[in-house]
Write a protein that binds this ligand. Structure first.
Ligand SMILES: Nc1ncnc2c1ncn2[C@@H]1O[C@H](COP(=O)(O)OP(=O)(O)OP(=O)(O)O)[C@@H](O)[C@H]1O
Ligand SMILES: CC(C)(CO)[C@@H](O)C(=O)[O-]
Ligand code: BAL
Length: 282
């Protein structure tokens, strides 16, 4: 049966006990309202460790002033039973006061400038400072051997890899594949904001990513492929923030370059902002 911890002392005692017994501990950080994408991370974590801790914390410092912090779906009971069924051993469920005991505004901030100037970092100023700050705190609180992050948040995974490297966290980072609905829509807590019609429409994002990958692999120029994707999304009623092709490290590929690539899209549909990506070889 999963154990829920709301105070740091209890969580630390439990994790220390496991480590004293020579057990390897994995960590899955989330913002809750869990779905099969999150549960796949727990299963992945299980493959890498003897015990799994998940956190549910809607982190105020990664939301912009006009974003959805207040209305972000919060479902702690359902999250705990879903995590239990997925084989998670402990749930770390801190309040904002427990996470930021000296105040949200006054807290030390962690920045990862190398990968946060573009894409999500440009569309959501300050977002990755909040992510890097809370992930650093969470890593120090849980002190796992391994942590699992979804590849859906592709740039976030890059940020976390930099963080671990530069701050020398002794934690192995595992990236887990994107879990999708039957129509191709990447699972996401924010899909809850979509109406039934929008949910059907939203599958266009993954189809656009597939078309971008095919077009690049067949030698079409990157700028034209990106512009076509933006146009297709806009014509279908989306407000695209970006539709781009990048190298795996998120730098811009040269014209005609081949090898590993990633196509990334962020677009608003009604009041919902969606992101998705597709890794491919050109
Ligand atoms: N469909 C998915 N497949 C794989 N991993 C996922 C998926 N959705 C979320 N994750 C991962 O789960 C972790 C927690 O993400 P988070 O709680 O923000 O969920 P989310 O569904 O992405 O929410 P949001 O809608 O707010 O972006 C992150 O590492 C994220 O990449
Ligand atoms: C990593 C994370 C839990 C930090 O708040 C969040 O950004 C998320 O859910 O992807
Ligand atoms: N899934 C990334 C967290 C966020 O959008 O704030």
């Amino acid at each position: 049966m999963i154990e829920t911890f709301t105070e740091l002392h209890g969580l630390r005692e439990r994790v220390r006990g496991w480590k004293r017994d020579g057990l390897r501990v994995a960590f899955v950080p989330t913002m809750g309202n869990l779905h099969d994408g999150h549960f796949s991370l727990v299963k992945r974590a299980r493959e890498h460790a003897d015990r799994v801790v998940a956190s549910v914390f809607v982190n105020p410092t990664q939301f912009g002033p006009n974003e959805d912090f207040a209305r972000y779906p919060r479902t702690p009971e359902a999250d705990a039973s879903g995590l239990d069924a997925a084989g998670c051993d402990a749930l770390w469920l801190p309040s904002v006061e427990t996470m930021y005991p000296y105040g949200v505004e006054a807290t030390v901030r962690v920045q990862v400038p190398a990968v946060t100037q573009t894409l999500e970092g440009a569309s959501r100023p300050g977002h990755f400072d909040g992510v890097a700050t809370v992930v650093s705190r969470l890593f120090n609180q849980v002190q796992p051997d391994v942590a699992v992050f979804g590849r859906k948040d592709y740039q976030q995974l890059a940020v976390v890899r930099y963080l671990v490297r530069d701050l020398a966290f002794p934690i192995e980072i595992v990236g887990a594949d994107i879990i999708r609905e039957a129509n191709g829509l990447a699972m996401s807590s924010r899909n809850q904001y979509l109406s039934d019609d929008e949910r059907t429409q939203a599958a266009l994002i993954s189809r656009c990513l597939g078309a971008m990958a095919e077009a690049i692999a067949s030698g079409q120029p990157r700028e034209a492929v990106e512009a076509q994707a933006v146009q297709r999304l806009a014509e279908a009623g989306f407000q695209p923030d970006y539709a781009v092709v990048r190298r795996p490290d998120l730098t811009e590929p040269a014209g005609g370059e081949t090898g590993s690539m990633v196509a990334l899209i962020a677009a608003r549909l009604g009041r919902t902002r969606l992101i998705d990506n597709l890794e491919f070889t050109a």
